[in-house]
Design a protein around this ligand. Structure first.
Ligand code: FAD
Ligand code: MLT
Ligand code: ZN
Length: 476
């Protein structure tokens, strides 16, 4: 053991090694505090070569590795097990932007760069990197790619998989695969890049990426809208695609319960509308076409206002507030983005990150809420999410005042019927958060034998010693 630590120190130096319990702690528990693991060491390499050397050493010594980025994942994928035999390999020192190509619309980055830094760098160069999610101030691009993260602009730009051209990976043997190709077209055999994206660190460590950029929007309209029902929200979105000239970049649905948790627990939050309603939509349209001053041209805000007026006449909208400036739009967004934090502060919850096709959302929702209530009548459903992607955070908050142990006794009784319903609607039990450790049994239950066998065959072929994030996604 001492020998291993000294050999790790020889690779990453003192700066790259955390051994004391207090220093290790933030790396040993997940954002939701579902797991608390142990680790031989937290190893923080500064270069791809250092990552490769650490992996080679661990492969020779049969020490398992848990890759970690910003540690904001929801499924416990970045948390080590409790036996203390693994190391955590944090990418947080590999945080350099390596190149920005404004002509070719690409940015090359190290895996540990914080998502917000990438967004800001793109914006400073009059470009957009569209991945956007509540954890953007602390999650890393390596973690985003490894979980194939979604967020609030997927309906227009796609999820993380669609936002990347090339990656560099350190394999479980400690070899470096340089797939940093800035190519839109590349049909040269099996797509290795797509194999590592969404693999949650079980097949290798992503060390660099070439990201795609878009033109920066110049005209943005944002509205906070009360709607009578989830059906109305879906219909409102359906019409918005044409009314906005295909410029809908976000459409988020929220039930009142989640908003109340934000208003109760996040200081500075205010309700955008005076009356309280059951359902809300946060709708954003963005265009790269700037409004020309001094012309009568209609901008997105006017178009959105007209569309919402018509929708109100049809009964699809009950009330709405259109953001008058950027800071008002940011305030609307803060209420949406603070839903996870609000839920966390309220107490224990069970998360169901599910998807069904957009047209089935309303039907699913009514049955799903009834299923949760049947399992635990006093539970508090907290439904919100990316309605434009058919992805709902169909969460369940404990009855008021319950502790975690009390509530978690109902976990299977609540989640089983919800997931059965999702599957009966042709949906997915994990739309964007991945499988990690939390859903290993659910994946094994809901995926077909042929699918699981193929996944296991891939895992065994690439990582025959099962040292790369073992016990996550699959038991092999
Ligand atoms: P980590 O949590 O550190 O790791 C996640 C997984 O990836 C682990 O399995 C880890 O082993 C692996 N990993 C990390 N880095 C690497 C690497 N370089 N190479 C190989 N494997 C690696 N997710 C969404 O999809 N959409 C949302 O809207 C969303 N909103 C969120 C809001 C909040 C407030 C929070 C806390 C989380 C949210 N998430 C969301 C979940 C999470 O932020 C994302 O999944 C994010 O992409 C994880 O990035 P990370 O750097 O924190 O990864
Ligand atoms: C979000 O969209 O805010 C997160 O993915 C949701 C969650 O906490 O379930
Ligand atoms: Zn989400």
């Amino acid at each position: 053991m001492t020998d291993l630590i000294e050999r790790l120190r020889a690779i990453v130096g003192d700066k790259g090694l955390i051994l004391d319990e207090e220093g290790k702690h933030p790396y040993l528990t997940d954002w939701r505090e579902t797991y608390l693991g142990k680790a031989l060491a937290i190893v923080r390499p500064a270069t791809t070569e250092e990552v490769a050397a650490v992996v080679k050493l661990c492969a020779a010594e049969r020490v398992a590795i848990v890759p970690q980025g910003g540690n904001t994942g929801m499924m416990g994928g970045g948390t080590p097990h409790e036996d203390g035999h693994e190391i955590v390999l944090s990418l947080n020192r590999m945080n350099r932007i390596l190149d920005i190509d404004t002509i070719g619309y690409t940015m090359t980055v190290e895996a540990g760069v914080i998502l917000k830094t990438i967004q800001e760098t793109a914006a400073q160069n009059d470009r957009l990197f569209p991945l956007s999610l509540g954890a953007e101030g602390s999650c890393t691009i390596g973690g985003n790619l490894s979980t194939n993260a979604g967020g609030v602009q997927v309906l227009h730009y796609g999820n993380a998989r669609q936002l990347v051209l090339g990656i560099e990976v350190v394999t479980p043997q400690g070899e470096v695969w340089n797939g940093l190709r800035a190519l839109k077209k590349d049909n040269t055999g099996y797509d290795l890049r797509d194999l590592y994206l969404g693999a949650e660190g079980t097949l290798g460590i992503i060390t660099k990426a070439v990201l795609k950029l878009w033109p920066k929007p110049k005209d943005v309209a944002t509205a906070w809208i009360a709607v009578p029902s989830p059906e109305a929200a879906v219909e409102l979105l359906s019409g918005a695609h044409a009314a906005s000239e295909d410029n809908v970049t976000s459409c988020e649905l929220m039930a009142r319960q989640g908003i109340d948790f934000v208003l109760d627990h996040i200081p500075g939050s205010t309700d955008p509308l005076q009356e309280k309603y059951d359902w809300y939509v946060l709708l954003e349209w963005s265009s790269t076409r700037a409004r020309r001053p001094g012309t009568n041209e209609t901008g997105l805000a006017e178009k959105m206002e007209a569309y919402l007026g018509e929708a109100m006449e049809k009964g699809l909208v009950l009330d709405a507030a259109l953001a008058q400036n950027e800071s008002q739009a940011r305030a609307f967004w803060a209420i949406r983005e603070n839903h996870s934090e609000g839920q966390k502060r309220e107490g224990p919850s069970i998360k169901h990150d599910i998807s069904v096709s957009v047209s089935k959302i309303a039907g699913f929702m009514a049955e799903g809420v009834a299923a949760m209530k049947k399992a635990l009548p006093d539970c508090r459903p907290v439904v919100f999410g990316h309605v434009g992607d058919g992805n709902l955070h169909f969460n369940c908050q404990s009855p008021s005042g319950w502790n975690k142990a009390q509530f978690m006794a109902y976990h299977h009784a609540i989640s089983g019927p919800v997931y059965d319903l999702v599957v009966s609607h042709g949906g997915s039990i994990s739309a964007e958060h991945g499988i990690g450790r939390l859903k290993v049994e659910d994946l094994a239950h809901y995926r077909s034998k042929v699918e699981l066998d193929t996944m296991r065959a891939i895992k065994r072929a690439l990582d025959p010693q099962n040292l790369m994030n073992p016990g996550k996604i699959l038991q092999v």
